[in-house]
Design a protein around this ligand. Structure first.
Ligand SMILES: [Zn+2]
Ligand SMILES: [Zn+2]
Length: 232
C-alpha cells in the first residue's frame, strides 16, 4: 500500500456510501465486501452458472463451440451497486469512479502470464463523437497505469457502425458485428487483453478476438468489470 501527499490532503472517501475509504481506495471496507461477486461462472466466458456449480466448469455454449478468446475475466455481476458505478462513469463522466473500478479490477489480475498490450473495446467514431468519451478507454488507461502494462486506444478500431445490440437475438448479434472491427499493428503482440465495462453476451468479445487473431495475435483475453446472466 503506497500513501502519498494526495491521500493526506484528499483522504479516500467511499464513492458508494460517502464514508471513509479503505486503504488508498475510494471505497469503504463494507461496501467492497458487499460488491456482487460473479463466483459461480463459466471458466471461459464468465457466464453466471447455478450457485451450486463447481469451479472450472464450462457453460453449454462454450462446451459446444469453444470461443476464439481464451477467457473472460468479469469479477462482478451487473447488479447494484456495480451497475450504478458503471453508469456514473459512462453517462456522467465521473473519472474518480473510473479510477476506483480500474483499481478494483487490477486487484483481480494475477501476476502470471500478463498480456503485452491492453486495448479498450472500441466505439465507432460517430458514437465517440456523440458521447464524447469512451468510458472503457478510461478504465483501460487507468488499469494500464495500475498494472504497468502498455495500452493503446487506436490499434483496434470499429470500422462499421452497428445497431444497438440489446434488442437483437443471439444470431442477429453475431451477424450485426461481423467484420466490424479492424486491428492495425505492424508489431503484432502475442498476447492481448481487451477491456470492456459489461459483457452482456460474448458476441462482441468473440468478434473482437476473431479480428485480433486474424491479424496474428495468439492469445486474446477479455477483462470486464461485470457480467450479465444472458446466453450467447
Ligand atoms: Zn461505503
Ligand atoms: Zn461459457
Amino acid at each position: 500500500m503506497v500513501y502519498n501527499w494526495q491521500h493526506l490532503f484528499f483522504p479516500p472517501k467511499c464513492l458508494i456510501c460517502g464514508g471513509p475509504g479503505h486503504e488508498t481506495l475510494d471505497i469503504c471496507h463494507q461496501c467492497r465486501a458487499d460488491l456482487p461477486r460473479n463466483w459461480h461462472s463459466c471458466c471461459r466466458c464468465a457466464l453466471p452458472l447455478a450457485t451450486d456449480a463447481a469451479t472450472g466448469l464450462l457453460c453449454g455454449s462454450c462446451a459446444r463451440t469453444p470461443p476464439p478468446f481464451s477467457r473472460i475475466i468479469a469479477p462482478w455481476l451487473y447488479q447494484s451497486p456495480i451497475d450504478d458505478l458503471i453508469q456514473r462513469l459512462k453517462f456522467q463522466q465521473q473519472l474518480p469512479v473510473g479510477r476506483l473500478l480500474a483499481q478494483l479490477l487490477a486487484r483481480e489480475i494475477t501476476r502470471q502470464d500478463r498480456p503485452a498490450l491492453l486495448m479498450p473495446i472500441p466505439l465507432h467514431n460517430r458514437q465517440l463523437k456523440s458521447r464524447g468519451f469512451n468510458h472503457s478507454g478510461e478504465v483501460t488507461r487507468m488499469l494500464a497505469k495500475e498494472l504497468g502494462i502498455p495500452w493503446s486506444p487506436w490499434l483496434l478500431r470499429k470500422v462499421r457502425e452497428t445497431p444497438a445490440q440489446h434488442n437483437l437475438g443471439g444470431k442477429e448479434r453475431k451477424k450485426n458485428l461481423r467484420r466490424c472491427f479492424r486491428f492495425d499493428s505492424r508489431q503484432c503482440p502475442q498476447h492481448v487483453a481487451l477491456v470492456d465495462d459489461v459483457v452482456t453476451t460474448a458476441a462482441t468479445a468473440a468478434e473482437t478476438a476473431r479480428a485480433l487473431k486474424a491479424a496474428g495475435v495468439k492469445k486474446v483475453e477479455i477483462w470486464a468489470l461485470a457480467r450479465t446472466p444472458a446466453d450467447r
